[in-house]
Design a protein around this ligand. Structure first.
Ligand SMILES: *Cc1c(COP(=O)(O)O)cnc(C)c1O
Length: 405
């Protein structure tokens, strides 16, 4: 067993060896530029890109002409949101999003707000889910875009995407979803779910880093985008720049494998995730699950451990590669904005851990993780006067505290 144990599959995934195998010839032998129209090198590269386009499209129920390759989901989100804003600004300047989006969506929306667009941030429930009714309430005659993520990367909650897609369609508003964490993990279908724009990335589904895609609907309705990168007119003019042929080929292969293994991966991940959670909650008290209990990604577990200090907890489990509920912003340790927006207090947010499992996670690794987590939390609580008071039946709310730290 290799230490530290990788339990951070939301941040990235190891590349599947079959993906690497498929990519290798495109670096050295079939190295042509997919835009070269005059010779065999170019044609071979173009054919490989078109095959990958079909593989990626097939994962999400799209047709291949609707896939635009990008450098990753950060770019896809920027292209979707800025592209719609620029293209439809004469129609209206109002954009709707949620507070728990990835920064690539939030910061792009805030940038647009700073240059004269109007932003509505939807409420979320205690599990971090958006409701279609709230989307309906927020839509105005000048709304040009709704951007709501498919599934959250911290707490794993899955939004009612098909319902949101339906209400957007009924009102003629373009619907974008950041589906990075959902693609290849749970079924995603742009037709059935009424999605107009969808962002995805290869490195979160066992493909290479630095390659992603944006799905852009071509019919009912045809969505038009202003490009944000100008140049040679690649990707139907929506994203100029020489295509990353090996990366795209790897992305296609990763999509094909993910589609074929969807059921298998889900069963494997959810079994190990449930094993971890069931062991933690049966052996440690005062633990809280963040995110929806059932409407959640099969590989996500986000837990707050009350009465332990976040940094000590992370130190105690440093043999596990996990994410904490604190984001290190330059100088200070800020609690996660996602946990904040579902009402988790600062203390609990700091002592939250996001575990995410994947294809390569084993029972042995989960058993090891369980022992490390349980032992660390128990040890830290032995040192906690607060925990001791709670166990003695003292109601902490009734305690009058003197001084403050
Ligand atoms: C990782 C991630 C992104 C960013 O994707 P990159 O390809 O790394 O730029 C965007 N959205 C979500 C939900 C993510 O988890």
């Amino acid at each position: 067993m290799k230490l530290p144990i990788f339990l951070d599959y939301h941040s990235t995934t190891p590349m599947d060896p079959a993906v690497l195998e498929t990519m290798l010839p495109y670096f050295t032998q079939t190295f042509g530029n997919a835009a070269s129209r005059n010779h065999e090198y170019g044609w071979t590269a173009e054919a490989a890109v078109e095959k990958a386009r079909t593989q990626v499209a097939s994962l999400i129920g799209a047709s291949d002409k609707e896939i635009i390759f990008t450098s990753g989901a950060t770019e896809s989100n920027n292209l979707a949101i800025q592209g719609v804003a620029q293209m439809y600004k004469e129609k209206g300047r109002h954009i709707i999003t949620s507070p728990i989006e990835h920064k690539a969506v939030l910061d792009t929306c805030q940038y647009l707000e700073s240059i004269g667009f109007e932003l509505t941030t939807l409420p979320v429930d205690q599990y971090g889910r958006v409701s279609a009714e709230d989307v309906v309430k927020a839509i105005r005659p000048d709304t040009i875009l709704v951007s709501v993520m498919f599934a959250n990367n911290e707490i794993g909650s899955i939004n009612p995407i098909a319902e949101i897609g339906r209400v957007c369609k009924e009102r003629g508003v373009v619907f974008h979803t950041d589906a990075v964490q959902a693609c290849g993990k749970i079924p995603v279908d742009v037709e059935k779910m009424g999605i107009d724009l969808l962002s995805l990335t290869a490195h979160k589904m066992y493909g290479p880093k630095g390659v992603g895609a944006l799905y852009v609907r071509r019919r009912n309705p045809r969505v038009r985008l202003s490009p944000i990168v100008h140049g040679g007119g690649h990707e139907r003019g929506m994203r100029s720049g020489t295509l990353n042929v090996p990366g795209i080929v790897g992305f296609g292969k990763a999509a094909e494998i993910a589609k074929a293994r969807l059921q298998l991966d889900t069963e494997h991940s959810s079994r190990l995730r449930d094993k971890l959670w069931n062991a933690i909650r049966s052996r440690v008290d005062e633990v809280h699950l963040n995110g929806h209990p059932t409407e959640r990604l099969p590989h996500n577990l986000n837990v707050s451990f009350a009465y332990v200090e976040g940094e000590s907890l992370m130190m105690g489990i440093k043999e596990l590669a996990v994410s904490s509920g604190s984001a290190c912003t330059s100088a200070s340790l800020e609690p996660s904005y996602v946990l904040k927006s579902i009402g988790v207090g600062d203390e609990l947010a700091h002592s939250s851990i996001r575990f995410s499992v994947g294809r390569n996670t084993t029972d042995e690794e989960i058993d090891f993780a369980i022992e490390r987590v349980v032992a660390t939390v128990k040890k830290l609580r032995e040192l906690s006067p607060l925990y001791e008071m709670v166990k003695e039946g003292v109601d902490l709310k009734s305690v009058v505290w003197t001084g403050h730290h």
